[in-house]
Design a protein around this ligand. Structure first.
Ligand SMILES: [Zn+2]
Ligand SMILES: [Zn+2]
Length: 145
């Protein structure tokens, strides 16, 4: 009985969407490598003290509704973000136009993921207090983490 339940739960896609509800997506797979970046660029891009972001396999990701309302911004390095043009929620990160990850703030419910590391804490905002006990790096994550 328990094993049937576990299997069913693991097959339920992760869903997410924007603040106004126009844009919805699902992920037929897992979130991975969740991290929070405290650099000034991420603070601006996520309108928050830091990013909260997890990687997905792009082939697992699909839009349910509102795809026509998506707007995007891409940096010269090819890193981009997708937004809702109605409410402004930041939904996804892209690389050269391909979806690479999702913002955890727009994921619905309680997905099986935890932020594994805090990066660029050396350039965090002076008003932010990062709790003790979290894994943190002054700059980016070391290789092979
Ligand atoms: Zn919206
Ligand atoms: Zn950053």
């Amino acid at each position: 009985m328990d094993s049937i339940l576990d299997k069913k739960e693991s097959l339920t896609p992760i869903t997410g969407g924007c603040f106004c509800g126009a844009i919805k997506y699902k992920i037929n797979g897992k979130l991975r490598d969740a991290r929070s970046c405290h650099c000034p660029d991420c603070r601006k891009a996520f309108s928050a003290q830091a990013s909260a972001y997890a990687l997905v396999n792009s082939e697992d990701f699909s839009w349910i509704s509102g795809k026509n309302l998506i707007t995007s911004y891409e940096s010269k390095k090819g890193e981009g973000l997708l937004f809702c043009s109605v409410c402004g929620s930041t939904l996804c990160g892209t690389y050269n136009g391909v979806i690479q990850g999702v913002t955890l703030g727009c994921v619905n419910g309680a997905p099986e993921i935890e932020i594994g590391m805090h990066i660029y804490v050396g350039s965090k905002a002076n008003w932010e207090i990062i709790p003790d006990g979290v894994i943190k790096y002054q700059k980016g994550a070391p290789e092979n983490v």
